[in-house]
Design a protein around this ligand. Sequence first.
Ligand SMILES: [Zn+2]
Length: 104
Amino acid sequence: MAVRKATTHEAWRSCIACRRQAPKPALVRIVCDAEHTVRIDPGGRVAGRGAYLCKCSECFANARRKRRLEQALRLSIADNVYERLGREFSDLCCLNMEEDRIDG
Ligand SMILES: [Zn+2]
């Protein structure tokens, strides 16, 4: 961890489902905020314990199935919360799929 200069503005995080590492903006942050509400944090600015997932519905499904999200956020997540998160997550994935296509 001697190289500090190269990582000034892009922190890398790993997806809690597949463990793949990616620059923070390429991942979706899910946060447990001060009111213990679990939600998607598209800007990555909400204070609280966060977990990162690839922008891929498969990773969301795996995180749910393997309870990785609950482990990462250290709380239990009800089905209705997962359903809400899943909807927000897929909205985000749809938006970003278009951007990804432009990039190649
Ligand atoms: Zn992943």
